[in-house]
Design a protein around this ligand. Sequence first.
Ligand code: KIV
Ligand code: ZN
Length: 521
Amino acid sequence: MNDQSPKAAGDDRVVIFDTTLRDGEQSPGASMNTAEKLQVARVLEEMGVDVIEAGFPIASEDDFHAVREIAKVVEGSVVCGLARAASADIDRCAEAIAPAARGRIHTFIGTSPLHRQFQLQLDQEQVHERVVQSVTRARGHTDDVEWSAMDASRTEADFLFRCIETAIRCGATTINIPDTVGYAYPEEFADLIRAIRDNVPNIDKAVISVHCHNDLGMAVANSLRAVQAGARQIECTINGIGERAGNAALEELVMAIKTRQDILPYQSRVDSREIMRASRMVSAFTGFAVQPNKAIVGANAFAHESGIHQDGVLKNAETYEIMRPEDVGLVKSNLVMGKHSGRHAFKTKLHELGYELGDNALEDAFVRFKALADKKKEIFDEDLVALVDDEIAAESQEIRFVDLYLQCGSKIKPTAELVLAIKDEQVRAVEVGDGPVDAIFNAIKVLYPHTAELQLFQIHAVTEGTDAQAIVSVRLAEDGRTVSAQAADTDTMVASARSYVAALNKLLTKRGKKAPAALSA
Ligand code: KIV
Ligand code: ZN
């Protein structure tokens, strides 16, 4: 048994199972390519996440490839793949996780009346039989098998207990109880966990896990209440991304446990100081901006604006702060960056901000930093974060922004001359449009023909002042798939071109994917 197993750990140990790369990435618009997923997996491993759900291997070649690549390199965390209750899914999943030092197959089936009748068209006996077949098959591949009762919180209790008992008898070592539709209420969900412990005779042979969606904003509360009732694994995502309103947010769970030891006397292995790094990376790769007032990782989460609060915090931080910013990785550094800063200072600064870039990415980021420092008097940490996030996201792109020349004004037709590199070959187009943004996007369409529709175009400033960088967010939709991306630059038009190109790259990743039937969670 490995040291991440809760059975080997003390009774107060809560296993953190991160599904950012599966349930998170599955949400509309939040796609990542394999290189991005690998970087996220490395950060999750470094931060001490116990189990990384790396993807759903049968969903596409890309998903399979990403899970397999992650399985090859991650050693400190269990690498898990998702599979429906079907032999082909389970075998494909086993193939993907095969290189892992410690691999897990997570197989699931809908157990609620609604799922049985409308999604699966199976009766109770047939679903029960699938539990036997799927867990037995998964167990033939690995001894680390997780079984999920999808829509468990709306399943008849007796049938749920019976399926759980069967899954454990067939070899499941983790039993996951999802609140798939985010319907549960904390007390009620805790009662369900207690009822499972009281009514499933062999429950002591498995770890109880919970997987809560946030449709009513109670995913974190439900998860924590479930832990108090005996669950010892929580499934969650960075920034709470995920289907619809998302999943329970990892950073909120970890910090709640750390901060409220008086009522949550549990331990997780997660190093909370890595939270900001993971949050920024996931936001940059998915193009999902973090709302400013988001708990723990929002830009305002530790900002004190009102005089009364500032006064109190200056006298004693604990007057208004229940957590220390440095505990989530927010370090205020004294290294001031400007146009005279060299490579070494730049690298040190990025390290302080939680970034470790490879040589090429570091060099590209440094060139952009120098260009920014020429344009902007003061370079704030936020500027560097935006610039580096951009650089990381651009690293593995097939289509890259190279150059833009624009003509516009009140008396001329806006014209964009754009240069892109497509698979490293430079191409140029000159196009007009109703406005400069339209002209740029038309030029992109000429250079890389596509049918995607622009669903969202949003601009906001990284810092204050007229020389501030702009972050442009773009959402594109094509054949029912949506992707989001963002990019930063002091020139809003350049940021617009970069973010559209970034979104287009994400669309290329998504094109290979089909949504397998009966996977709506
Ligand atoms: O929400 C859900 O039920 C899921 C399962 C696949 C665990 O994501
Ligand atoms: Zn889910």
